[in-house]
Design a protein around this ligand. Structure first.
Ligand SMILES: Cc1cc2nc3c(=O)[nH]c(=O)nc-3n(C[C@H](O)[C@H](O)[C@H](O)COP(=O)(O)OP(=O)(O)OC[C@H]3O[C@@H](n4cnc5c(N)ncnc54)[C@H](O)[C@@H]3O)c2cc1C
Length: 302
């Protein structure tokens, strides 16, 4: 199955520097109630005119099938370009190739190539499928060899938790670019300087990959602590203190979380980040509020 990328692709828009790209990440719903919620969320976010939306890829066989179904559903419900995620965890090359073909058949020409994690989390020892691929760089090569896909990859401002080696992460991003990746999206983080340091490290290696910043709107203390543990993101002590100070008041926690996210987005855009990807958790309100607040902030000078 061949695929032809639409014009403009994500990489074309990033290269044009026309505007910072805004995108929303969704996950495949687990049941009918989840599908209904996702449809409602997309309807709520579509007026914000995202440049693209993306759909995460689950590790188990049944989740994988749901991912492809959800990708099709989302593609039909939004005018935005739809990007599918793909991993190489727990799959043979034949299974990964089937997923690439299914995406091509669904008309998806943008893929975020990530390795995936062992079922018990990103710090558990990685085990390659006996007939599979060892890392995301090899996945990029496989996707690029399979058709005219525009491929993105993951980046880690707080370092990938497996090695916690900032320089290794930068070298790997440069290798992914050489393998054919055209942009990166980061893991969630809370310190804008960590993002700028990542950009500086990869640029020193001659890597030109545009790096879109991944933003998690914080709406509950337990949620953000869980995500930070799972992703390896650093939770700055002042943020933890201000969230815990109002932990008994959900509205106040939300207010702190949205303020922190808005300030982070503003600093990133002012510092030249080419785009923001919101991890929506299949909910629309927090992302919509952050974007509304950002649009009230006057443009930065110079
Ligand atoms: C934006 C974003 C979206 C994501 N979407 C999904 C999703 O849909 N589904 C999902 O399951 N997971 C998803 N993840 C999580 C991701 O799968 C994990 O973070 C995973 O642990 C790393 O993926 P990677 O693509 O960076 O892997 P890789 O680049 O393969 O790196 C994995 C580890 O191997 C090491 N490594 C890689 N290459 C080399 C090398 N040549 N030499 C030495 N060490 C090496 C790296 O240092 C790192 O520690 C996403 C992450 C991000 C940031």
């Amino acid at each position: 199955m061949s695929t032809t990328r639409p014009a403009p692709s994500i990489s074309d828009v990033l290269a044009s520097g026309d505007h910072p790209m805004m995108s929303f990440e969704f996950f495949p719903p687990r049941d009918d109630a989840g599908v209904a919620q996702l449809v409602e969320t997309i309807a709520g976010l579509d007026p914000l005119r995202p440049d693209f939306v993306s759909v995460t890829y689950g590790a188990s066989g049944s989740t994988r099938a749901r991912t492809i179904d959800a990708t099709r559903l989302i593609q039909t419900r939004t005018d935005a370009l739809t990007m599918a995620h793909l991993t190489c965890a727990s799959q043979s090359v034949a299974e990964i190739t089937d997923a690439i073909d299914a995406y091509a058949e669904a008309g998806v020409s943008h893929i975020l190539a990530v390795r995936g994690d062992p079922a018990c989390g990103p710090t558990a020892p990685w085990e390659k499928h006996p007939e599979g691929l060892d890392n995301a760089t090899d996945l990029v090569k496989l996707i690029k060899a399979s058709g005219d896909f525009c491929v993105g990859v993951a980046g880690f401002p707080d370092a990938h938790p497996e090695h916690h080696d900032f320089d290794l992460d930068a070298r790997i991003l440069a290798e992914k670019e050489q393998a054919g990746a055209e942009f990166a999206i980061t893991q969630l983080f809370f310190d804008a300087d960590a993002y700028f340091r990542l950009v500086e490290r990869v640029r020193k290696l001659g890597c030109r990959l545009p790096i879109i910043a991944g933003i998690m709107p914080v709406t509950s203390v337990s949620q953000i602590e869980r995500f930070a543990t799972f992703s390896g993101a650093d939770l700055p002590a002042p943020l933890v203190a201000s969230l815990h100070a109002v932990a008994d008041d959900p509205a106040a926690v939300r207010a702190v979380g949205l303020q922190v996210a808005t300030e982070l987005c503003d600093r990133l855009l002012a510092g030249g980040a080419p785009g923001l990807q919101f991890f929506t958790q299949n909910r629309s309100r927090a992302t919509a509020e952050i974007l509304a607040r950002l649009r009230q902030i006057p443009p930065h000078q110079g």
